[in-house]
Design a protein around this ligand. Structure first.
Ligand SMILES: Nc1nc2c(c(=O)[nH]1)N[C@H]1C(S)=C(S)[C@@H](COP(=O)(O)O)O[C@H]1N2
Ligand SMILES: [Mo]
Length: 207
């Protein structure tokens, strides 16, 4: 799609979000939210447009209370092993997309490469959009369905969905699945996630 058309659609999406339910009203009213339909997804960004980085320059930093700090290129990530989780993607505003295959490396493998084998504390996440953040308990971070995602349904992630790397947290609402992921930090304290600042629960478990 030509870039100009795409940006035009983003404007329409933001208007649609703003006109929705009360939770969607929250999404739409808080600064620069935007959305556009894409294969059943609403695509969100809280920054101006979608951030991009070349595949060659990309690094995922792993730091904080770890034995080994890491700076992983996309090749390094792939060398940790590729697996897929098949799941439904649920946004707390009510939409969902079924039968999605999230491919990449289990976060647990990245953490164990950094020397983390404990069960306490928190794992905090940052995005190269410069704004979004998220956090998981160590237990949720190490659960089988928590993935450092490079592929969606067998294809490399698109920029809109967070290229080159996003998180996917199976069993939790989509706001935990931070896009354009570039930092992971292990800590005794959770950071307050972007949407948690506006009242979303830190525990995003879908019940
Ligand atoms: N960096 C970043 N990650 C994000 C968001 C965002 O605005 N920025 N929105 C979150 C929300 S609320 C949802 S539902 C999903 C939407 O994923 P999608 O944009 O790929 O559809 O991304 C999550 N991760
Ligand atoms: Mo969401």
């Amino acid at each position: 799609m030509p870039r100009r058309v795409f940006l035009g659609l983003l404007g329409v999406g933001a208007a649609l979000v703003a006109g929705g339910s009360s939770v969607e009203g929250l999404l739409g009213s808080s600064v620069a939210g935007s959305a556009v339909g894409l294969g059943g997804y609403q695509v969100y960004t809280v920054s101006a447009g979608f951030p991009t980085i070349s595949r060659a320059a990309y690094r995922l930093k792993v730091s904080g209370d770890v034995d080994h700090r890491l700076e992983l290129s996309l090749e390094d990530l792939a060398s940790l092993g590729y697996s897929e989780v098949e799941a439904t993607f649920h946004c707390v505003t009510g939409w969902e997309v079924r039968n999605q295959r999230f491919g990449g490396v289990a976060l647990e493998r990245v953490l164990s490469r950094a020397g983390i084998n404990k069960s306490g504390g928190f794992v905090n996440f940052g995005s190269f959009d410069g704004i979004y953040s998220e956090s998981l308990s160590m237990r949720d971070a190490r659960s089988r369905g928590t993935m450092v995602v490079t592929h969606l349904n067998g294809a490399p992630l698109s920029v809109a969905h967070g290229a080159p790397v996003r998180l996917f947290v199976d069993g939790m609402f989509g706001y935990k699945s931070i896009k354009w992921l570039n930092s992971i930090s292990v800590s005794q304290r959770p950071v307050t996630g972007y949407w948690e600042q506006y009242g979303y629960p830190a525990d995003a478990q879908i019940t």
